[in-house]
Design a protein around this ligand. Sequence first.
Ligand code: CA
Length: 364
Amino acid sequence: MAGNTPFPYFKQSEHRGGQQDALVMHWPNDIKSKGEIRNQYHHISDIAPTIMEAAGIERPDEYHGIKQQPFTGVSMNYSFDNADAPNAKKRQYYEMFGNRAIWEDGWKAVTLHANRMPWDVNIVKPFEEDVWELYHVAEDFSESTDLAAEYPEKLEELEKIFEEEAWANQVYPLYDDMLARLNAVNYVIFGDKKVFTYYAPGAVRIAEKASVPVKGRSHTIETTIDLKGNEEGVIVSCGGMTGGYTMYIKGGKLHFDYNFLDGVHYHLTSPKLPSGSTDLKFNFILDRSKIDGTLKPWSGTGELFVNGEKVDDDYFEMMHISTYSLAENFDVGMDSGTQVDKAYEGSPFAFTGTLDKVVVTLTD
Ligand SMILES: [Ca+2]
């Protein structure tokens, strides 16, 4: 993979392609050096100790009666005006999704768990089968030459150090089921809560992760609107151009659009809506096994109802597992940020009629 050349691999990996970042230090009143480069080995955990030392603040052991965790990093201030200062950091462990590494004193042992590529989200394999590599990064900055076969004792020593650091820093137990892990995050906030009522105006710009967790769940989205006949706009939406759902009125019809990675859209449309008090509902029925017997973990049937009568349905085969977007929101009465459905002209496509509330119910 050439993405992080000259370093191997990618984000998530603990090879240098997943770790290396540039850091600019700017403190003109105190750092005398200008435009210089430092090569001491440091880690993001070293930033807080650096700022604390720069500010002349000692980390309290206790704050408002609560015992504080110790810093795991060391400050970088010693290097500000001494390019050749010996490295103050002695060792650093790494772990992400089962990928592991340990750096100590210019040497690094690293393993890519199950030789898994970042798009392989459903591979679960024993950690004991992982193969560790060894690099002398003080001389081989791009991890080009694996020395594991040449220095087996060094590799063994580093693996032992990884064990020490891993136990000391709550790495264990290792857990590589990414699907389960990503999905579990959706339910952490709300526990067994089933009914979510959002009132308008006001329920806007609610972070996706803090909104009703509908992914992989049967659910309904309901509202009752006193229709005058000329309303349009978004009733409720979550996500944006990279994925999400939106329920809206346009051209006198009710629409529901589910956007999967902007590559697939499932779209439900009602006939011309009546006027007066009208019940509008989207119903999603999770069905994990519909396509050719192949497990589709989050797929199911979407149905659209007007005044209790089903007006459209479709099978939503491709659906998001954990996240529609990194930056979008859940909104009632608009679609803030980017739009879920390009069928309306731009965002927020705010609703022009009167909305009272939208009720989302988890029905599984
Ligand atoms: Ca949006």
